[in-house]
Design a protein around this ligand. Structure first.
Ligand code: UD1
Length: 342
């Protein structure tokens, strides 16, 4: 029997590339599309090195019906995993129209192409940002969504609603995965996160400080009502996160899904403070990360972590890699990523 074929939009990005590796490992064929606006062809080489498979890649803008249509005509997909989106929270505040146009248009275009070619299965990359600052922790999938703190967050909420309504109106089967804070890299250090410019996220910034590319880390606030005063998050290893997509695709394709639209939290269930993360990075990698305490960052929440028990029960998924392992892989990647892959 032919292998099942999965289209990955945003396939050369941080989460897309790791998901490609895990899907191939699970026996799927994958096709990657990406406009390379925030990633590079190095990811395709990395995937080949890890899996031994030359994965088809097409440079496509997912908001372009014609370009994307060609891809849908060239292959017969069994399911789509839609990652392609802009994700910089600060930039979304400065350029909201860019975010609304790109993130919503790309999902609509993908769904229209799926409808036109009779494909009914989609996994969508949502975010824990849809919860805002919740009243109670940990958050479950039924915790209320609070008003988004950025246009980026608003696009994730709107995309979830588009999926819910489309699934309700026809035979689309959709799973939205709400990621907490993805960190780390593939243990081979052949793929990982490639931040452009100054990293906005904590772990890439720490890695660049440890590497001596930046003098110190600014910790945004030490006066939060948390045990050590710094904000708490749920840091999920990128390989664990990628595996969650395999579980979601399996669930849809094996028809074990319950309602036609489902949501799962993808996190560890363990809150980690900024200071705890910095000290763990130092200890695991035997490096120093100089830091200073800076004012709170606008839009940051005090604490956010997952109740991941629904994913455990229904998807058979749980986080396996420890924070220690994730931070070791992040450091290995930081050291290797300037070395060209041959
Ligand atoms: C943000 C997004 C989230 C997205 C995630 C991963 C929001 C509100 N947050 O999460 O949707 O999924 O990125 O891309 O939309 N910190 C510092 N110094 C730094 C950088 C960060 O102290 O230089 C702190 C932050 O204040 C925060 C923690 O580290 O408490 C994590 O920050 P970050 O990695 O940016 O992720 P989030 O803001 O939680």
């Amino acid at each position: 029997m032919d292998k099942l074929q999965i289209l990955i939009t945003g396939g050369t990005g941080y989460i897309g590339s790791h998901t490609a590796v895990e899907l191939i490992g699970a026996g799927y064929d994958v096709v990657l599309v990406d406009n390379l606006s925030n990633s590079s062809l190095k990811a395709v080489q990395g995937i080949r090195k890890i899996t031994g498979i030359e994965v088809p890649f097409v440079q496509v803008n997912c908001t372009d019906n014609e370009q994307l249509g060609n891809v849908f005509r060239q292959w017969q997909f069994d399911a789509v995993i839609h990652f392609a989106a802009f994700k910089a929270v600060g930039e979304s505040v400065a350029e909201p129209l860019k975010y609304y146009r790109n993130n919503i248009d790309s999902l609509l275009t993908v769904l229209e192409q799926m409808q036109a070619t009779g494909i009914h299965n989609i996994v969508f990359s949502s975010s824990a940002t849809v919860y805002g600052q919740p009243d109670a922790l940990p958050v479950t999938e039924t915790s209320p969504r609070k008003p988004a703190t950025s246009p980026y967050g608003a696009t994730k909420q709107i995309c979830e609603d588009i999926l819910r309504d489309t699934a309700a109106s026809n035979n689309l089967k959709a799973i939205a995965l709400r990621y907490f804070n993805p960190i780390g890299a593939h243990p081979s250090a052949l793929i990982g996160e490639e931040p452009h410019g100054v990293p906005g996220n904590l772990v890439p910034f720490i890695a660049q400080v440890a590497a001596g590319q930046r003098s110190e880390l600014s910790i945004f606030g030490d006066d939060y009502p948390t045990p050590d005063g710094t904000a708490q998050r749920d840091y999920i290893d990128i390989v664990d996160l990628a595996r969650a997509h395999v579980c979601a695709v399996d669930r849809i394709l094996k028809d074990t899904q319950k309602p036609y639209y489902e949501i799962f939290n993808i996190g560890t269930g363990r809150p980690v403070s900024v200071l705890e993360l910095v000290h763990t990075f130092e200890r695991m990698n035997n490096v120093e990360v100089p830091y200073l305490i800076a004012p709170r960052r606008t839009g940051d929440v005090t604490a956010l972590w997952a109740d991941p028990s629904l994913a455990a029960r229904e998807l058979g998924w749980h986080a396996e890699r420890s924070l220690d392992q994730s931070l070791q892989s992040a450091w290995l990647w930081e050291q290797q990523r300037t070395v060209p892959i041959t």
